[in-house]
Design a protein around this ligand. Structure first.
Ligand code: ADP
Ligand code: MG
Ligand code: ZN
Length: 492
């Protein structure tokens, strides 16, 4: 048991990608270069302007709830959260207090240990998620401050977790998974650079007694204004250090709200923590209680496949966790792979497990590398059908690794898109005929007496060098496995 154990609960704002805003018909559009482009009396806080609920936002919030296995109540209520700030001219925000649209739920995630390539599974219980309208955006220029209402009344879901995270690595892995999930569902673009996903981080440190008794510390701080995953990690590390030092000195950290200063890599105290009383929440008089009929709630299998489901499906195919993770976090790769699997499923080798693994290996290896190196998409290099046929030939030992690489290089050049033509032109069909290869092996043995001597005196790993020489002599067309067998026979 270590002296202190961090306890972390997150509040995450995710902007829904609806066509229009949550309570008015203004476009919900990211337009930083055109401030106040999409505004109306409601979203600029004019007295008497009435809210008009956006059904698309409600639907997307419900989809989120279904995806995380939450309860969607039959009735959900809107509440006014009252406070003054220049980005909120109405003096209140329409939110949901004690009757949110999403109750409970769970998100699973994996923390990658980059040093040894392992993945540790974790999960976070959600307390709730509620819908609320965003505030406007203030822009400080010199001594002046401007207000841009484009974002005002944009739809947010605020997702609140239970205090169950215990490290910055876990918190970061969790929010990455959350981003993946909302993007997969198509309910948010979750682009942090555009402020479409933002974090508040609650943190306290349990001493040894509290750890033993599974008790929460009697205080916590809330660090607000965290706008990226990296900053979330830094804000957590900063707060762990700050609180640890205070506890070491016999002090209990104050319950307070702190603001994260990204440019300074630190947080500053803003105010002692307000409680719900200070906001004078009351039911929003301009909106009815929202009734959600059970028919409005989609079935899980009518939603896009969840990242967690996809992960399990790939693991069951026998793919390594490393490859599974590479695929799941990149839509381009997972949808390419799924189409390839579909081609395989109607093929005579539908049940061939090794072929599946080869397909995954070549996709996550040589093909992905070529795509990143040349900054082109995988689909621009090769289509699923050609890819399948190429890997099939590889799996049947008709072409070798080098042949695969040559095909990909040729495809990247772009003159020839038919892999069979490339194989023909470049003579990539691998020779496995022992008579033909035997001659090459004899030649290589003759030309490398020193290495052969080393091999015979017990340094067997030099066989790799000899295979390489054989490959070279065969201009890459020889089957390295056959070379290996022949060499070991002839050098006995
Ligand atoms: P409030 O209503 O004041 O926002 P909540 O009880 O709803 O407070 O908690 C808000 C967030 O604080 C949640 O994410 C929760 O997990 C987290 N939290 C609560 N207690 C602690 C604690 N002792 N340490 C860390 N986080 C906590
Ligand atoms: Mg709160
Ligand atoms: Zn408006």
């Amino acid at each position: 048991m270590s002296k202190y154990r961090p306890v972390i609960g997150l509040e995450i704002h995710v902007q829904l990608n609806t066509r229009t805003k949550l309570f008015c018909r203004c476009l919900n559009e990211y337009a930083p270069d055109e401030p106040n482009k999409n505004i109306c009396p409601f979203c600029t806080g004019q007295p008497g302007a009435l809210p008009l609920l956006n059904k698309e936002a409600v639907r997307k919030a419900i989809e989120f709830g279904v995806a995380v296995g939450a309860t969607i109540p039959e009735k959900t209520r809107w509440d006014r959260k009252n406070y003054f700030y220049p980005d909120l001219p109405a003096g209140y925000q329409i939110s949901q207090y004690d009757n949110p649209i999403v109750e409970g739920g769970l998100i699973e995630f994996f923390v990658e240990d980059k040093d040894n390539g392992t993945f540790e599974a974790g999960s976070v219980e959600l307390t709730r998620a509620h819908l609320e309208a965003d505030a406007a955006k203030l822009q400080h220029v010199g001594s002046k401050t401007y207000v841009d209402f484009n974002r005002s009344a944009a739809p947010l879901i605020e997702i609140v977790t239970e205090p169950v995270l215990h490290s910055s690595a876990q918190a970061m892995a969790f929010v990455n998974e959350l981003q993946l999930l909302v993007r997969r569902l198509g309910i948010s673009d979750a682009d942090m650079e555009k402020g479409q996903m933002r974090f508040d981080c609650n943190l306290s440190l349990q001493n040894e007694d509290q750890q033993k008794n599974d008790e929460l510390p009697p205080y916590r701080t809330e660090t607000k204004n965290i706008n990226s995953v990296r900053s979330l990690g830094r804000a957590i590390e900063y707060e762990i250090k700050r609180q640890g030092k205070m506890l070491d000195e016999g002090e209990t950290p104050k319950q307070e709200t702190r603001g994260w200063k990204d440019d300074q890599n630190k947080s500053e105290s803003q105010r002692s923590k307000e409680d719900a009383m200070d906001y004078r929440y009351f039911p929003e008089p301009d909106l009815k209680i929202l009734e959600i009929s059970r028919e409005e709630i989609p079935q899980l299998n009518n939603l896009p496949e969840l990242p967690s489901t996809q992960r399990k499906r790939y693991l069951e195919l026998g793919l390594s966790q490393q490859i599974v993770n590479t695929f799941v976090v990149q839509d381009e790769l997972s949808s390419f792979f799924d189409k390839v699997l579909e081609i395989k499923s109607i093929h005579s080798k539908a049940k061939d497990k090794n072929l599946t693994l080869s397909l995954a290996n070549v996709l996550s290896g040589a093909l992905l590398a070529a795509s990143s190196k040349n900054e082109i998409t995988i689909n621009e290099i090769i289509d699923e059908k050609n890819f399948f046929e190429m890997v099939e030939l590889f799996d049947e030992d008709k072409i070798n690794n080098k042949g695969v690489q040559t095909i990909i290089d040729e495809l990247v050049k772009g003159d020839q898109k038919d892999i069979h033509k490339i194989i023909e032109n470049k003579q990539l069909i691998q020779v496995s005929d022992t008579n033909a290869l035997g001659e090459i092996v004899d030649q290589v043995i003759k030309e490398n007496p020193k290495v052969v001597e080393e091999y015979k005196s017990g340094k067997v790993q030099v066989i790799g060098f000899l295979i390489g020489q054989c490959m070279k002599a065969s201009k890459g067309t020889g089957n390295p496995k056959v070379f290996k067998v022949l060499l070991s026979q002839k050098l006995k």
